[in-house]
Structures are given as structure tokens and as C-alpha cells.
Design a binder for this molecule. Structure first.
Ligand SMILES: C[S@@+](CC[C@H](N)C(=O)[O-])C[C@H]1O[C@@H](n2cnc3c(N)ncnc32)[C@H](O)[C@@H]1O
Length: 254
């Protein structure tokens, strides 16, 4: 057999098997997150959310890395904060933020659940802070922020100016070049999205750009074609399975 043919055969084997015989590279961040999903002491609803939140792929899309200082905006009961804790690892820090208002919702259930998952120093790299966004003690010190499933709450309830203020507060906290990862339940024009707890993606993108972020990429990783966008995100059978958009935006370096 001539050398060209041998090379061609080896090449086609690599394509066919998907690897060259070397050990498969496991992303250490993915391994830490997968381990965390099995951890005792997670919130009772976390495991229900996992399949449709795809935490490993979501963190990879946002660009989370080991050792980062990250901010979970409106952490709620802390689903993302716990995933971020594993994602940034022992040398990273997660600030999980809830406003005073959010701590009063559902008779304080979100606040209690957030505190519950931190009991006994369970997530040593997570700092829970109850502070309104405008009072956050961060000034260009955060590598990456996540604002999960909450922009509809602020926009639909308090309007555009409040949303832009919230985004300005995140932008102030981020380092130049820092990332903001946003997730949202997709809404379509013509529906009462305030009632449905959704928001049109074009509005989310418009708010990010108006606030001075550069939208880098959107992802349909959490898309659900069976969601026709006409029902509340809390509807039976749809809860935790809504059609969702992920957006990665960046604070400009100058
Ligand atoms: C927004 S969720 C998301 C929490 C977390 N970021 C996540 O991704 O899991 C937390 C809860 O707070 C409520 N909430 C948060 N901010 C709100 C606001 N400004 N007005 C009304 N409800 C709000 C939401 O409806 C929801 O029940």
C-alpha cells in the first residue's frame, strides 16, 4: 500500500470513529457541573428543571470558565448560582443577588430556598447578597453576569426605563469586555406577554443594545417547537419546558 492510501485510510477511520485513539478530552467544567447535579441538598425542583435547562451547554454557551468572578442577577432560589458554583470551581466566586423586593415574593420562598442551599457552607464559593441592583458594591470587577428568566418581570412590570437601569447596573459591575448571559421565555407580538410571563426576543435584544451591550450570539439550545407561545409559562405541561432563548452579550472594552 502506498503512503497516500495509508494516510487516507487513517483519516477516514478518525472521521468514522470520531477520535484518533487518544483519550477523549473531558471538559473539566462540564465534569464539575455533572457532579453537582448529583449533589445532596439541591432544591427539590432543580432536578425537574435540569433536562430543559441543559446547564452544561448553557454555561459553555455563555463562556463561563474556572476561576471567574461571576454575578447571578435575580438569583431567585439559586438554581443558576449553584450551577455557576460548580462551573467556576473552587478558585472562582459567585455573587448571587436578589433585590429586597424579590425576597418578599411568594411569602419569602425564593429567599428561603436560596439560603437553604447555602446551609452548612454547602457552596463555599457562593456569596448571597440581598441588595438592589443600583446599590451593588461592584465596579468593573465582575467577569461574567447571568440574568436568568427575569427580564420579562422587570420590563413587563416596570417598563423600559427600569430595564435599562437594571442593565446599566450590571454593566457598571462588569469588567470592560465582560459578558452578560441572558435567558428568557420567548413571547410573540400580539399576545399579552405580561400575563404570560414572556418577552419578545426582539425587545430583549433591543434593550441590550440600547444599554450599550454588544450582542454576540443567540442560541436556540433551549428551544421547544411544541410551545406555541400562547400559554403562561406556568401552564400545566409547559412549566419548565417553555421555548427559550439564550443571548450572550458583551460590555465593550472602551
Ligand atoms: C425570575 S425567576 C428566575 C430566578 C433565576 N434567575 C433563575 O434563572 O432560575 C424568580 C422569580 O421571581 C419572580 N420575580 C422576579 N422579579 C420580579 C419582578 N420584578 N416582578 C415580579 N416578579 C418577579 C419571578 O416571577 C419568579 O417567580
Amino acid at each position: 500500500m502506498n503512503k497516500t492510501l495509508i494516510s487516507a485510510l487513517i483519516f477516514s477511520c478518525v472521521i468514522a470513529t470520531g477520535h484518533s485513539g487518544a483519550e477523549e478530552q473531558v471538559d473539566p467544567m462540564a465534569a464539575r457541573i455533572l457532579q453537582q447535579l448529583k449533589s445532596d441538598g439541591r432544591n427539590e425542583y432543580d432536578a425537574v428543571k435540569d433536562p430543559d435547562r441543559k446547564p452544561v451547554e448553557t454555561m459553555q454557551f455563555f463562556g463561563v470558565n474556572a476561576g471567574m468572578t461571576v454575578l447571578d442577577m435575580t438569583a431567585g432560589n439559586g438554581y443558576n448560582a449553584e450551577i455557576l458554583s460548580a462551573a467556576v470551581g473552587p478558585n472562582g466566586i459567585v455573587y448571587a443577588q436578589n433585590s429586597h423586593f424579590v425576597t418578599t415574593l411568594i411569602k419569602g420562598a425564593l429567599h428561603k430556598a436560596m439560603r437553604g442551599r447555602l446551609e452548612n457552607n454547602r457552596l463555599p464559593n457562593v456569596r448571597y447578597i440581598v441588595v438592589d441592583s443600583e446599590d451593588m458594591p461592584f465596579d468593573k470587577s465582575i467577569d461574567l453576569a447571568i440574568w436568568g428568566f427575569n427580564i420579562h418581570d422587570v420590563y413587563n412590570r416596570d417598563g423600559e426605563a427600569a430595564t435599562l437601569q437594571f442593565l446599566a447596573d450590571i454593566k457598571r459591575a462588569l469588567k470592560p469586555g465582560g459578558v452578560l448571559g441572558v435567558s428568557e421565555h420567548v413571547g410573540v407580538a400580539g399576545n399579552d406577554n405580561a400575563q404570560l410571563h414572556r418577552l419578545e426576543t426582539s425587545i430583549v435584544l433591543g434593550m441590550l443594545e440600547k444599554a450599550g451591550f454588544v450582542v454576540e450570539e443567540t442560541s436556540d439550545l433551549l428551544a421547544n417547537p411544541d410551545d406555541d407561545h400562547s400559554q403562561s409559562i406556568y401552564a400545566d405541561g409547559l412549566r419548565y419546558r417553555t421555548d427559550r432563548i439564550l443571548i450572550r452579550a458583551r460590555k465593550p472594552t472602551s
